[in-house]
Write a protein that binds this ligand. Structure first.
Ligand code: DX5
Ligand code: ZN
Length: 228
C-alpha cells in the first residue's frame, strides 16, 4: 500500500479531568492515541482499561491503544473488543514468535495488531515478520513521558521498514511516537512514516485543530515521492 498520512493526537497530553471535551478539540484528527502505562515496563503510570474505555462511544475516530506494560499477553486481549488497534511492545514479550502469536490473537479478536520498539531496539528481527502485524510503532523518545525531544537516529529504522513493506506490497503501517511537531513530522514523512502520534505539540497548542492540520500539511508535502 502507498504511504499514508494519519494524524493521531495522544491524549496523554490532554486534561484528564475532561477527556471527552479534550478529544472534541481535535475533530479533524484521523486517530486518537491512547497511552497505557503500568509503572513497571515504563517508570510512569497513566491509566488502564476503564479510563481508556470511557472514550468509547464519544467519537467515531479510530482509537489506537499503545500498551507500555509488562505481560501484554495477559492484558492486551481485553482491549481488542473496544479499540480499533492495539499495540504492545516487542521488549515485553519473550521473542518474535510470542509477538506473532499475540498479534494473531488480537487479529482474531477483530482489532488491528501492532508491535512497538523502543529507540535502542533494533528493527532487523522484525523485518522477516512484517506480515504478522498491521502496525509497527517506532518510538522516537524513550517511552514513559510526553514532551521529550525527537530522536532523529530512529529514522534509519523507518527507512528499513518502508523499503521492506513496499518491496513485499504489505499494508503494514509505520507509526512514529514521541516529539512529533511540524518539523519532525516532515523528517519522519521523508523516511516513510504513515501514522504520526503527537501529544504535547497538539494539546499544548492554542488551536489544536490548526496544529493537526499543520502536521498533516508538513507530512503530506514531505512524503516520499517513490512511495506515493
Ligand atoms: C510516550 C508516549 C507518547 C507521548 C508522546 O511514552 O508513548 O504517545 O504521548 O508525547 P509527545 O508528543 O509530547 O512526545
Ligand atoms: Zn504512545
Amino acid at each position: 500500500m502507498t504511504q499514508q498520512t494519519v494524524i493521531a493526537p495522544s491524549i496523554l497530553a490532554a486534561d484528564f479531568g475532561k477527556l471527552v471535551e479534550e478529544i472534541q478539540r481535535v475533530p479533524e484528527a484521523d486517530w486518537l492515541h491512547i497511552d497505557v502505562m503500568d509503572g513497571h515496563f515504563v517508570p510512569n503510570l497513566s491509566f488502564g482499561l476503564p479510563v481508556a474505555k470511557s472514550l468509547v462511544g464519544h467519537t467515531e475516530q479510530h482509537l489506537d491503544v499503545h500498551l507500555m506494560i509488562e505481560d501484554p499477553e495477559h492484558w492486551a486481549p481485553d482491549y481488542a473488543q473496544d479499540f480499533h488497534s492495539v499495540t504492545f511492545h516487542l521488549e515485553a514479550v519473550k521473542d518474535i514468535d510470542a509477538a506473532r502469536d499475540l498479534a494473531a490473537t488480537l487479529r482474531d479478536a477483530g482489532t488491528m495488531a501492532g508491535v512497538s520498539i523502543k529507540p535502542n531496539t533494533p528493527v532487523e528481527p522484525l523485518l522477516d515478520h512484517l506480515d504478522a502485524f498491521d502496525i509497527i510503532l517506532v518510538m522516537s523518545v524513550e517511552p514513559g513521558f510526553g514532551g521529550q525531544s525527537f530522536m532523529p537516529e530512529v529514522l534509519s529504522k523507518v527507512q528499513l521498514l518502508r523499503s521492506r513493506i513496499d518491496q513485499e506490497g504489505l499494508s503494514t503501517l509505520i507509526e512514529i511516537d514521541g516529539g512529533i511537531g511540524v518539523d519532525t513530522a516532515a523528517q519522519s514523512a521523508a523516511a516513510g512514516v504513515d501514522v504520526y502520534v503527537a501529544g504535547s505539540s497538539v494539546f499544548g497548542a492554542e488551536d489544536p485543530t490548526a496544529q493537526v492540520e499543520a502536521i498533516r500539511q508538513a507530512a503530506e508535502s514531505a512524503s516520499s515521492p517513490t512511495a506515493n
